[in-house]
Design a protein around this ligand. Structure first.
Ligand SMILES: *Cc1c(COP(=O)(O)O)cnc(C)c1O
Length: 457
């Protein structure tokens, strides 16, 4: 009897209710996502041609049109340490905002490294291990991805090398320490260890780095050694697909709550946590089941979806990665050193860019001070300090909830709280000391994006 009366906050799934497959949105797209192209010839790339970078299992997933792809048992076993993750009704935030909207958040900060990133790090290392790879190299911005990959490599006994964007290397020493605690080797990028790094340093000795440069360094190292492959924490189709455990769980949890979202909100760097929560719902919409509004929120200083160009571009600065069609600010773009390091990528996942083109999602850009303000408001109501990246989703959620109040509409809002900010407290210290500055993407930077793009159809 009592269970009918209590006001529920946490919608708990049992471990056997965890999804056993990833959802591949490619199966439901009305128009296929544009193909990968060769970085030198511009021709459509075949799976064989990226074998030196990725294991075959992941390449197959990248190109797959199958709707559901089974999660290997060994990966599920590791997921079960922190999954299913909680879906929480933000009742105190609703009260603080005095909104008729219902706000739910999926909390991915419960993973050991504190974000959604292990959802893809674990299967990526698993498949590499199966194919005999000895070492993985990668890039990291804020260090969330690097620490998640380092952890997964420790689980499976692979070596891990991380090129960390220099500005973050200095801003976030605790993330670096965490990666090293897991056994990874961490190098500030641009470094003197690679041609790509040396080329940047000779032109810009004080370069603060970028994800594009760090990826170039990692790719160069992977191409030089047959036992070493590349791992990437976002953008690629298979990475987005691994994150769909988030949305599939949220769907079941909302069913327990007797609700369905009217609005889904996620922050976007490369697009993986956003896709993770939104794709299962967008898939249902594409199949004609239920309508929803989906909002991607990006930083005003690195606004690929709202102000970038939709065109073929390289994923890295040195033009080593395959070209993808995406919303881009240009592969040579170096964004301002804002604190949401995980959102400082020049491009957006091809699948997210494609869905934008198809009118399935909308995007907005927010400046960092308004985001931290929302992060603090959320922390005071809900107790969790959001990662700086996640404050972008919090900002948009609060704004939508306030809009509901004005129009007196009781909408259901679901957002992804993709990580906690415990390793990012310097950002909060700077915010509270009034030291943060907003940086908006300028017209000159827009022009630079256009100028640097490869010329092809
Ligand atoms: C990496 C990261 C992001 C940005 O990457 P997406 O692929 O867009 O999710 C956002 N938030 C957190 C907490 C991250 O670790």
């Amino acid at each position: 009897m009592q269970s009918l009366l209590i006001e529920k906050v946490n919608y708990v799934l049992t471990q056997d209710q965890m999804p056993t497959s990833w959802y591949n949105i490619q199966a439901d797209l009305p128009i296929q996502v544009p193909s990968l192209r060769h970085p030198k010839t511009g021709e459509v790339i075949s799976p064989e041609e990226i074998k030196s970078l990725l294991p075959m299992a992941l390449i197959k997933q990248e190109f797959s049109q199958e709707r559901m792809i089974e999660i290997p048992e060994e990966v599920q076993r590791i997921y079960r340490q922190w999954r299913p993750s909680p879906l929480i009704r933000a009742r105190r935030l609703e009260q603080a905002l005095d909104t008729p909207a219902k706000i739910y958040y999926k909390y991915e900060g419960v993973s050991p490294s504190g974000s959604h990133k292990p959802n893809t790090a674990v299967p990526q290392v698993y498949y590499n291990k199966l194919e005999g790879v000895k070492r993985l190299v990668t890039e990291t911005g804020a260090g969330q991805w690097g620490s998640s990959l380092a952890m997964a490599c420790a689980f499976f006994g692979l070596d891990c090398g991380v090129y960390m964007v220099k500005v973050s290397y200095h801003q976030k020493p605790y993330r670096r320490a965490l990666m090293e605690a897991y056994g990874a080797r961490v190098v500030a990028s641009p470094s003197n260890e690679t041609d790509a790094g040396r080329a940047i340093l000779s032109e810009h000795p004080d370069s603060t780095g970028s994800l594009g440069i760090a990826i170039s360094e990692a790719v160069e190292v992977a191409l030089q050694d047959v036992d070493t492959k590349l791992a990437l924490g976002s953008v690629y189709n298979h990475v987005l697909m691994h994150q769909t455990v988030i949305g599939q769980e949220a769907m079941k949890q909302l069913e327990l709550a007797g609700d369905y979202p009217d609005i889904i909100i996620g922050c976007t760097g490369g697009g993986s946590n956003f896709s993770g929560i939104a794709f299962p719902f967008i898939g249902a919409k594409l199949r004609g089941e239920r309508d929803i509004r989906v909002i991607a929120v990006e930083p005003a200083s690195c606004p690929s979806l709202t102000r970038g160009t939709y065109a073929y571009d390289f994923g890295d600065t040195s033009k080593l990665t395959p070209m993808v069609k995406m919303h881009t600010l240009g592969h040579s773009f170096i964004p301002a050193g804002i604190h949401a390091g995980g959102l400082r990528y020049h491009g957006m996942a091809p699948l997210v860019s494609h869905l934008m083109k198809l009118g399935q999602i909308e995007a907005r850009a927010e400046t960092q001070i308004r985001c931290f303000e929302a992060g603090i408001q959320f922390a005071r109501a809900e107790g969790i300090v959001p990662a700086p990246e996640a404050t972008h989703a919090v900002r948009a959620t609060i704004d939508e909830a306030l809009r509901c109040k004005e129009s007196n509409q009781s909408k259901v809002i679901l957002f992804n709280l993709c990580g906690h900010g415990h390793f990012d407290m310097q950002a909060y210290i700077d915010y509270m000391a009034g030291k943060l500055r907003d940086h908006e993407y300028s017209q000159e930077e827009v022009a630079m994006a256009l100028a640097g793009l490869p010329s092809m159809e």
